[in-house]
Design a protein around this ligand. Structure first.
Ligand SMILES: [Fe+2]
Length: 278
């Protein structure tokens, strides 16, 4: 049977790449170290398949066609279109249609109706963490787009339940493969709105504190109230909530957090403690 071997989260602010030269050296060092540590931990678990949860930043979808959840079930996904990601080392990435389709079937049995795509283009949300973590080998990738971009959003509670569906699908997949999950995005940030560039460090720290605990109700209640108040980009923390649900609500270990003005993002990196029972 398949096994969930690791659950992780990382920020993906585009300015980590686009504005790197203007990031203070101390922050460059911390961000690079955080991505490296994430990559080291992921590599150490030898996953065959990586499920990555990220928003789509208007590359595959727009407001004329905007799924709440879309599972990439294709054999192949395309690399990023953003010109500033031209050095991303993959033009295409291999998918895993069998497990992806099993996830979709499991989801429908659990009263979710995700959309599917046979060929997604992976934007910076998917590509920056994979790239900067410098993985020895990129596992077969199942991208899952979660709409964190444009209301109406999936509720925080629903995102947690979606993560539980992912865990159930992995546990019931009848093939001996090792699977990891990576949530991409967050923490607080504000893009293209009057508060653009604002980072709410107090919120981020409280958010981290609640992810560290294994009380998912405290986390869900807090985020349901606070997410709309801390910048539109903070909505991406929904992906972390899905990861938390996949990890059975076990707390996570923070790898690193820094609010970085040059990146406009409260940058966070974490790994869930799968060995510790909630
Ligand atoms: Fe984003």
């Amino acid at each position: 049977m398949a096994e969930l071997v690791g659950v992780y989260a990382a920020s993906h602010g585009p300015l980590i790449v686009r504005n790197w030269s203007n990031v203070r050296p101390v922050d460059q060092k911390n961000i690079s170290a955080a991505f490296s540590e994430l990559g080291r931990r992921l590599d150490a678990m030898h996953p065959d398949i990586l499920i990555e949860i990220s928003p789509d930043h208007w590359v595959n979808f727009f407001i004329d066609n905007l799924p709440g959840i879309c599972v990439g079930v294709g054999e192949i996904h395309d690399g990023p279109k953003e010109p500033w990601l031209k050095d991303f080392p993959h033009r295409t990435l291999a998918g895993h249609p069998e497990l992806a389709s099993h996830i979709v079937r499991t989801a429908v049995e659990r009263d979710f109706e995700p959309s599917i795509s046979y060929r997604l283009t992976l934007d910076h949300g998917f590509c920056i963490p994979i790239w900067k973590a410098e993985l020895d080998r990129v596992p077969a990738l199942i991208p899952i787009v979660l709409n964190d971009i444009e209301p109406p959003f999936p509720s925080v509670k629903r995102c947690y339940a979606w993560g539980a569906v992912l865990a159930e699908a992995i546990a019931s997949y009848p093939v001996d493969v090792r699977v990891a999950i990576l949530a991409s995005g967050g923490l607080s940030h504000s893009i293209g709105e009057p508060t653009m560039g604002k980072i709410d460090e107090a919120f981020d720290l409280e958010c981290i504190r609640r992810f560290e605990s294994s009380n998912e109700h405290m986390l869900v209640d807090f985020l349901s109230k606070e997410l709309p108040l801390v910048g539109n980009g903070a909505s991406e923390i929904r992906n972390w909530v899905a990861a938390h649900g996949a990890a059975g609500g076990r707390g996570f270990e923070l790898i690193h957090y820094s609010p970085i003005p040059e990146v406009y993002v409260g940058c966070g990196f974490a790994a869930w403690n799968l060995g510790a029972r909630a």
